[in-house]
Design a protein around this ligand. Structure first.
Ligand code: GTP
Ligand code: MG
Length: 198
């Protein structure tokens, strides 16, 4: 797929309002500030396709991006979780939406789960992996901001996460990623191609 051709389709306030459930899409999930929107920009080689911010909780809507004319192949930027300032009620509601989306969205082919390489596998990351497992949804984990660690430390973090995820190794793959250095892009493209073109 030509990721550089990506264009914005629409923002949806809830999953009920998202575009028709046809074709194939991959969703980007993860804690607020993990680097989801930055990763989408790096993968599409565009500076501001998805809006990024130093302030956690920037992406409040579900943003859909198209990779082709007929919107047959899509990337989905999900709002981040774990943002402290969001009221508990809103958090719980979003969690319910997210688990529904994983179970019911027929066009969803896989989940890219982003975690800051320095703080991987938070409690909610693990909850999400449990839902993905229940929904039989494959997950590709990006350990983001790998540029913040020295090469050896980043490799150690990767090995540790892999060993902690051994029970899910059929469904889950893991790699290092840096939007800043543009490291790991080819590996993600490969995974997205596998899912979206299957
Ligand atoms: P929400 O929309 O709030 O859920 O956040 P997000 O996951 O979309 O994060 P976003 O892409 O907006 O990035 C958050 C912050 O991390 C920004 O200040 C980015 O510049 C920074 N950032 C993202 N990726 C990288 C990276 O690979 N390396 C470094 N050093 N900083 C990064
Ligand atoms: Mg974002």
């Amino acid at each position: 797929l030509n990721y550089q051709a990506a264009s914005f389709i629409t923002s949806a306030p809830t999953l009920a309002k998202c575009p028709a459930d046809a074709g194939a899409e991959v969703a980007f999930a993860g804690r607020s500030n993990a680097g989801k929107s930055s990763a989408i920009n790096a993968l599409t080689r565009q500076k501001a396709l998805a809006r990024t911010s130093k302030t956690p909780g920037r992406t409040q809507l579900i943003n859909f991006f198209s990779l082709d004319e007929g919107d047959e192949h899509r990337l989905v930027d999900l709002p981040g979780y774990g943002y402290a300032k969001v009221p508990e009620q809103v958090k719980l509601e979003w969690q319910r939406h997210l688990s529904d989306y994983l179970r019911r969205r027929a066009s969803l082919r896989g989940l890219v789960l982003l975690m800051d390489v320095r703080h991987p596998l938070t409690e909610f990351d693990q909850t999400l992996l449990g839902w993905a497992d229940e929904a039989d949804m494959p997950v590709h984990i990006l350990l983001t901001k790998a540029d913040k660690l020295k090469r050896g430390a980043a490799k150690n973090a990767l090995q540790q996460v892999r060993s902690r995820l051994r029970e899910w190794e059929d469904l889950v793959t893991v790699q290092l990623f840096s939007s800043l250095k543009k490291d790991g892009i080819e590996e993600v493209h490969q995974r997205l191609d596998d899912w979206l073109l299957a």
